[in-house]
Design a protein around this ligand. Structure first.
Ligand code: SAH
Length: 266
């Protein structure tokens, strides 16, 4: 039986039906594919059956990399990279049009998604991301304003990506079995962004200020961001009595845009 490391978020997908369902979300034949955290290669094996042009596997765990090397020794279109995804330069690995799969390590799943969003040039080289998250995180990513789970993750993600929920996956489909269910999401880069935001970190910072005090009215965070400059704040045309979860994603993009303009002028 395989040893597994909780610290690396290792929950291996063992249900063949779910594995097939994931690889049939999009056409793989003759495409460049990247897989993050392939583990012992359950999903990878099925990707290979769908005849990709190339498959790049990125796995941090040395022990698992040895297993993968043995398993795929006869496949010369498979490359295994034994590195931490968070420390890699994506531009050097992801070719134009690539599809990226990942049953993501849950402890760093949002960080991985954010890494794919922070790419400077847009649209990015990848054409699709097909990621599995723990269901709670998936719910946060797809939430709309006024919904319970709406917050930073949905606002930041939807700025750059179109998001579709594919399906939920029961915790019974994994070994070891996690406590919670999972969700598979499909992301496709927006060709054109609705607002000019120079640095995504500013959107991250602005939403952090609002959502660290979720229950307070938005006049407070706006005062902090714009130094109580009422003239500037009035340009946003927002009802200042609303709460952070009650204003749209677009409002956050507008606030960030205005913030960048003002900071630049200083
Ligand atoms: N895809 C496999 C395993 C998923 S578990 C399956 O579905 O069966 C998550 C995997 O991500 C594990 O193999 C873990 O070792 C790997 N991993 C964890 N942190 C990582 C990181 N920072 N970079 C790359 N891989 C990582």
């Amino acid at each position: 039986m395989l040893n597994y490391k909780k610290s690396l978020g290792q929950n291996f997908l063992i249900d063949q039906n779910i594995i097939k369902k994931i690889t049939s979300i999009t056409q793989i034949n003759n495409k460049d594919i990247v897989e993050i955290g392939p583990g012992s290669g359950n999903l990878s094996q099925n990707i290979i059956k769908c005849k990709p042009k190339k498959l790049i596997l990125i796995e941090k765990d040395n022990g698992l990399v040895e297993i993968l090397k043995k398993k795929f020794i006869n496949h010369n279109n498979v490359t295994i990279i034994n590195k931490d995804l968070l420390e890699l330069d994506l531009k050097k690995i992801v070719k134009k049009g690539s599809i990226v799969f990942g049953n993501l390590p849950y402890n760093i799943s949002s960080q991985i998604l954010i890494k794919f969003l922070r790419q400077d040039s847009w649209p990015p080289l990848y054409s699709k991301l097909i990621f599995m998250f723990q269901k709670e995180v998936g719910d946060k990513i797809i939430a709309n304003s006024k919904e319970k789970d709406y917050g930073r993750l949905s606002i930041i993600t939807k700025f750059k990506l179109n998001v579709n929920k594919c399906f939920d996956v029961s915790n019974n489909c994994f070994f070891p079995r996690p406590k919670i269910n999972s969700t598979v999401l499909l992301f496709q880069p927006k060709k054109k962004l609705s607002h000019k935001i120079k640095n995504l970190k500013n959107l991250e910072k602005i939403t952090q200020i609002f959502f660290s005090k979720k229950r307070k009215m938005i006049n407070k965070p706006l005062d902090i961001i714009f130094n109580k400059n009422k003239v500037v704040i009035s340009k946003l045309n927002l009802n200042l009595l609303l709460r952070p979860s009650e204003i749209s994603e677009n409002s956050y993009y507008k606030i960030t845009q205005l913030f960048e303009k003002i900071v630049e002028r200083k």
